[in-house]
Write a protein that binds this ligand. Structure first.
Ligand code: ADP
Ligand code: MG
Length: 208
């Protein structure tokens, strides 16, 4: 079971880790993009957390859909609509429940991730956030029998691996693709923030 309180802690924890690393994310984006990923995501997640205040305990579907819409509305650039899609699809898959069974949560993570790949028409290996998201959602699903924390830790480890395997690759999507071969050797900012997303999930489950 993944509880409502753990889902709230996940969103808050993601906002915190983004805020703590916003300069790093923006530095990564300055090398292969336009130097705004950290500020974009920090602004968006701050708005998401603000909306959680006083919201009570809405069904998980409503909570994550609201988070997704807030990201679409407050984050400029490509990452806002993509993270927005992730959270909206996650919410749609969770629906009216306040706590989610582990298989339901795993399927919802997969739905979120599939929403991003469908919207961006991006696959693993094109040096984007998908390099971390897709293996993480798959690893979570593969580890559900080991319990929530083990599944989230497996997902975070898979995200880190996907992020790192993307470093030598040439970007095929997004602004970094404008650099062509010169994008190789740089860590993708979106794959880095997507790794934080799963690290924040593991932390929320470990502590709650
Ligand atoms: P922008 O590129 O518009 O400035 P951000 O800097 O906030 O937006 O986000 C950049 C990140 O978004 C990239 O590092 C990459 O991971 C992700 N991204 C950009 N375009 C795509 C795409 N088409 N598919 C998947 N991810 C993408
Ligand atoms: Mg950018």
């Amino acid at each position: 079971m993944i509880t409502h309180a753990q889902c709230v802690a996940w969103l808050r924890g993601f906002a915190d880790i983004i805020d703590a690393n916003k300069t790093f994310l923006t530095d990564l984006d300055s090398a292969i993009g336009d130097a705004d990923h950290g500020t974009n995501m920090a602004r968006g997640m701050k708005a998401v957390v603000k909306k959680l205040h006083g919201a009570g305990t809405p069904p998980l579907g409503a909570m994550f859909k609201s988070a997704g819409m807030t990201l679409v509305g407050t984050v400029g650039g490509s990452s806002g609509p993509l993270y927005g899609t992730f959270f909206m699809k996650l919410g749609m898959a969770l629906g009216e429940v306040k706590d989610a069974s582990l298989p339901t949560f795993a399927a919802a993570l997969k739905a979120g991730c599939d929403g991003v790949t469908a919207r961006s028409r991006t696959a693993v290996g094109e040096k984007t956030m998908v390099d971390a998201l897709t293996p993480a959602a798959d690893a979570f699903e593969a580890a559900v029998d080991d319990g929530p924390l083990a599944a989230a830790e497996a997902a975070a480890a898979a995200a880190r691996q996907g992020r790192d395997e993307g470093i030598p690759l040439v970007a095929r999507k997004g602004r970094a693709s404008y650099l062509g071969e010169r994008s190789a050797g740089h860590q993708d900012p979106g794959a880095t923030s997507a790794t934080y997303l799963f690290e924040a999930l593991a932390t929320a489950l470990r502590e709650g």
